[in-house]
Design a protein around this ligand. Structure first.
Ligand code: S3P
Length: 427
C-alpha cells in the first residue's frame, strides 16, 4: 500500500463538485433493488463501501448495471431478493451490514454477513437486539455481539423500538425490516439522527410519518422506482471546507453538496467559531436539500460541542480536532462515546496522532479537549485502518511545518477515492 508525503499548502482556489454522498448511495442502491420498476441513480458514490453494497445486492439477486456514470436498477418489488449462493462480504462498511440486517430479517431465505477485521470488531448487538425482539432470527459471534451474522428470514408482524443509542443505521435497519412486516411499525428516536432513509422512502411513495420523535410506517410499504440524484457528500466536502478555512489566501466553491440539516453539524460549529462560509443556490433534489458552499480562509475561535449536535457531525469529529488546533481558545467535545466504535477508536487515534504533530489535545472518556492555536509540525502518522483518520491527518499535514507521512493512505478509497487528486487540482 502507498504512503503519502505531504508538505504545507500555500493557497487553495477553485470550484468543484464532490462525488455522491455515501449514506444516500447505500440507501438508493437498496431501495431501488426492491422497488417496483426501473430506477436510475445519478452521481452514485465512488466509495469502496458503496461498491460493497452493490456487490451484496447483486448476490441477493438484484439486477444492477452501470450505464456510463449512472447506475440502472430493475426492481421487481418487495419479493425481488433471493437466497445468496455464498456469504455476503460487507467489507469495511458498517452501513452495508446493519442496513442489510433490516432488509433480510423478513425474507423467506437465509443469509450470512461478514466483513473485514475492523467491521468484525464493531458492535452488532445494537442491530440484533431490536430485530430479534421483534420476531427476527439473527445470531452473531461472541454472544451475538459481532459479525459474522446469520440471518434466518422470518415472518415479521408488529415492530416497535426505542433507540438506546443515537444511530441512523439502527433506525434505518428497523424501518427497512418494517417494509416486510405485517403489522404496525414505529421507531422512537430520542435524538434526531440522519434521516436519509425516511426521506428516500417518502420519495419512493412509502407511507412514512414523523410525530415528534416517533417515526411510523403506514399502510403503503412498496417503494416505487424513481430517478435518484445523489447529492455531493458533505462528509467528504468537510475536508475541503477545512482546507479552505485553514490554508491562507484560499477560496473554494463546493457545488451541489448535500445540506440535509441532520448532517450539517460541522457548518453549525464553524459558524459559531466565526468561520466564513456561505451557502448559495439552495434547493431540493430527490427530496434531499443541496446547495453550493463558498468557503474563505479566516481566523476563528474555540467552541463547546456536545448533546444533540453530535449525531449531526459524528463523522466530522476527527477533522474538528484538527480545526480546533488552529482556533483561539479551548474546544471541548463531549457526548461523543460513539466515536470509539467507528472504523477505529477515533478518539484514541486522533488524539495520539495530533499529539505527535505538536497539538495540545487530551483524550476524555467521551471526546477530547483541544487548546489552540498551536503550530503543527510534520510527523509520520499511522491511519489506524480508518479512512477518516487518514484524511483528517492529511489536512493536519497540509497546514504543518515540515513533511508529514501518512502510512497506507489508499484507505481513503473507503469513502473518498478522489481525495488526493481533487486537492492537487485545487492547489
Ligand atoms: C451512517 C450513520 C452513522 C455514520 C456512518 C454512516 C449511515 O453511523 O457514522 O458513517 O449511513 O446511516 P450511526 O448511525 O451508527 O451513528
Amino acid at each position: 500500500m502507498a504512503d503519502i508525503r505531504l508538505l504545507k499548502l500555500h493557497c487553495m482556489n477553485g470550484d468543484i463538485r464532490l462525488p455522491g454522498d455515501k449514506s444516500v448511495s447505500h440507501r438508493a442502491a437498496m431501495l431501488a433493488s426492491i422497488a417496483d420498476g426501473t430506477s436510475i441513480i445519478k452521481n452514485f458514490s465512488s466509495a469502496i463501501d458503496c461498491q460493497s453494497t452493490l456487490d451484496c445486492m447483486r448476490q441477493l439477486g438484484a439486477d444492477i448495471r452501470r450505464s456510463g456514470q449512472d447506475i440502472i436498477v430493475h426492481g421487481k418489488g418487495l419479493r425481488t431478493l433471493s437466497e445468496p449462493g455464498d456469504i455476503l462480504n460487507c467489507g469495511n462498511s458498517g452501513t452495508t451490514m446493519r442496513l442489510l440486517c433490516g432488509l433480510l430479517a423478513g425474507q423467506d431465505f437465509s443469509a450470512v454477513l461478514t466483513g473485514d477485521a475492523s467491521l468484525r470488531r464493531r458492535p452488532m448487538d445494537r442491530i440484533i437486539k431490536p430485530l430479534v425482539n421483534n420476531g427476527a432470527d439473527i445470531s452473531g459471534e461472541k454472544d451475538n455481539r459481532y459479525a459474522p451474522l446469520t440471518i434466518i428470514g422470518k415472518v415479521l408482524l408488529n415492530i416497535h423500538y426505542e433507540l438506546p443509542v443515537a444511530s441512523s443505521q439502527v433506525k434505518s435497519a428497523v424501518l427497512l425490516a418494517g417494509l416486510w412486516a405485517g403489522g404496525d411499525v414505529s421507531v422512537v428516536e430520542p435524538i434526531v439522527t440522519r434521516d436519509h432513509t425516511e426521506r428516500m422512502l417518502v420519495y419512493c411513495g412509502v407511507d412514512v410519518s414523523r410525530d415528534e420523535n416517533v417515526i411510523n410506517l403506514g399502510g403503503n410499504r412498496q417503494p416505487v422506482a424513481r430517478e435518484f440524484v445523489v447529492p455531493g457528500d458533505i462528509s467528504s466536502a468537510a475536508f475541503l471546507i477545512a482546507l479552505g478555512l485553514l490554508v491562507p489566501g484560499s477560496q473554494l466553491c463546493l457545488k451541489d453538496v448535500g445540506i440535509n440539516p441532520t448532517r450539517t453539524g460541522l457548518l453549525t460549529v464553524l459558524e459559531k467559531m466565526g468561520a466564513d462560509i456561505r451557502i448559495a443556490n439552495e434547493r431540493l433534489v430527490s427530496n434531499e436539500p443541496i446547495g453550493d458552499l463558498i468557503v474563505r480562509n479566516a481566523t476563528f475561535k474555540a467552541v463547546d460541542i456536545g448533546g444533540a449536535l453530535i449525531p449531526k457531525l459524528i463523522d466530522e469529529l476527527p477533522l474538528i480536532a484538527v480545526i480546533a488546533t488552529q482556533a483561539q481558545g479551548r474546544t471541548v467535545v463531549h457526548d461523543a462515546h460513539e466515536l470509539r466504535v467507528k472504523e477505529s477508536d477515533r478518539i484514541a487515534a486522533i488524539v495520539a496522532e495530533l499529539k505527535k504533530m505538536g497539538a495540545s489535545i487530551e483524550e476524555t472518556s467521551d471526546g477530547f479537549i483541544v487548546d489552540g492555536p498551536t503550530p503543527l509540525k510534520g510527523a509520520e502518522c499511522s491511519r489506524y485502518d480508518d479512512h477518516r483518520i487518514a484524511m483528517a491527518l492529511s489536512v493536519a499535514g497540509w497546514i504543518a511545518d515540515g513533511e508529514t507521512v501518512i502510512k497506507d493512505a489508499d484507505c481513503v478509497g473507503i469513502s473518498f477515492p478522489e481525495f488526493y487528486s481533487l486537492v492537487k487540482g485545487l492547489q
